[in-house]
Design a protein around this ligand. Sequence first.
Ligand code: PLP
Length: 726
Amino acid sequence: MRAVREFNVVPAIPESLQALSGLALNLHWTWDRPTQELFRSLDPDLWDQVGHDPTTLLARITAPRWAELAADPAMVDATRQAAQRLATAVEEPRWFQGRADSKLDLVAYFSPEFGISETLPQYSGGLGVLSGDHLKATSDLGVPLVGIGLLYDQGYFRQRLNADGLQEERFPPLDPHSLPITDTGTTVSIDLAGDQVRIRIWEAKVGRVRLFLLDTNVDGNSPEGRLVTDRLYGGDAEHRIRQELVLGVGGVRALRALGLHPDVFHSNEGHAGFLGLERIRELITGRGLSFSEAVQAVRPGSLFTTHTPVPAGIDRFERSLMERYFSDFVQTCGIGLDQLMALGLRGDEPDEKRFNMAVMGMRLAGRANGVAALHGAVSREMFAGLWPNTPIDEVPIGSITNGVHAKTWVGAPIDELLTESVGGIWDGADAQSWKAVEGLDPARIWAARRTGRAELVEFARERLGDNVLDPDALTIGFARRFATYKRAALLLGQADRLRNLLLSTDRPVQFVFAGKAHPADNEGKELIRQIEVFARQVDVGYRFVFIPDYDMAVARMMYHGCDVWLNTPRRPMEACGTSGMKAALNGALNCSILDGWWDECYDGSNGWAIASADDDPDLARRDAREAVSLFGLLEREIVPLFYQRDERGVPHGWVDMMKHNWSSLGPFVTAARMVRDYTTKLYEPACVDGERIDGDDYAPARALAAWKARVRSEWGQVTISNLTTS
Ligand SMILES: *Cc1c(COP(=O)(O)O)cnc(C)c1O
């Protein structure tokens, strides 16, 4: 619980620099380097001390310093220019405004976590960072969209390793008044098994996109009610269903209370799925539809994106929990609990009695997708039982491969080279424009690469001590959540070969690891311990390090500085994997199992594919076989290519491969491409399909009659076989 509320006493910002507070409150600064530079220049030491957090920076600058800054015309001018750039980013017509025929008014994008910046730690891994990148690219492209999430009292936990190398967690409470969010002043409420819980709606600005974060830690709520949004993925199934009710049901109510009428509802993973039930309830009580009509009616405007390639990863709730939290709902809808449960059960799993959020997500969405081509195929197989008698290839689950927000993740020296060659808006540029990287001077590419590597080494030394790492050694990175299927410790299975690589005097290799295990995941923590114990060995320790307290800031440093990005999931468990995309944009070469995005993007010469032994039923043997392939690549190809230099020390073969990495992957791996795909392939068709049943422009009586007739004649024929709603 938020025990103490600290209110920052903010010394008045001088009139001429007032725009700074607006700049700090719009997270657009996180991808606008000149604005970051402006904040830094206000007080460089303080900027470092506050962890590059503008909100805290502005609160801590002293009155005398403000007076000094206000007296500096250059500072006043830089502030005015930054404000102008933000205004342009928010208002200027962009890609979407050129789509004159688009009927799309507004998308509501629901996600349980948003990773926009380490200064707003409301994420735990890839799903959250993807959501953040989605909002940023949406803003850049001018697509009309709002985000809906939860505001967790304690954000992403802080990690340290104890004397034994075991992860320890701290959950420092966040003070919302010192986060870059504002209180909208609007609240909604929700009935949680008889407890009326009030939800405060905060707003974060992400360029032109508004992100609403729901918070139940509100005065007047019951103690249990206040704790619903306490932390990300903590607690038991009941805690989870309560959070998901606030996100899904509370989220729809929040949109209504704010006067927003989305024509498309996009649920990023299953956690927000109850939003469909709230919309069904609205149609029944507000428009007089029957339950089965309402189910059909919410489908056209709904999208469901699945991120989970394994059944065990999906949220399921016991019938008793559903009964406790949905007794009012079933009564209002005039149905029995069985009818509600049927939405989340599969006909081909007769023994599974729990309500499956992904199954409901698929049922209530007119369109569903996985997050890479391979993951689409895996999902069609995994959910095929929902469409019996349908050939697997025709199961209606498509795929849109994830992408990453380039300007958030690419370091300054590389950004400069890409701007110069590909063009000012290289993020989102086409294949033809990306070809221009071929003309870049190899020595300049190599210099930019070394700058990134040297910064990573400096960063690691600040955290781990002066003697670690070497700014000129081949640097291999691995950073992500420590889920067991990602096999962070695969290398340790062949410790002797690893030591040989690390201890080479003429061609040294160094490894940088980072990542957190879920607090309840003891196997993940054991992997961290193994890595850390190996790293503590005196002879190899300076070339094999684990950087604790992984977050977006650590991730960024690693993408900027690593030469090779390593990814070793058990195929096909990695739905997409986005860290390799971020590394690739920075010029790192991927060395990865052919899983997720790499299965689709590896072309034989833009990185390396570790041979996957997916057919081997013996997991230990499979791991060993894949490790042999990995070491073979390192010893025979990667290390020799990196150290093959010309007289100036430039590795031409390596730089050629970096160029090919950029020209083959650059046009595809950005979030700009991803959001354009979502817009044209899913959002716009969904909005055309769905009648405007939500908007004010809906003329109730006449249109409702026409619409009902259409439901009966067209969608009435669309049956998902075991959807027993009537
Ligand atoms: C990109 C990113 C991830 C996702 O990594 P995967 O490759 O999907 O495992 C996780 N955490 C952070 C902080 C990231 O930036």
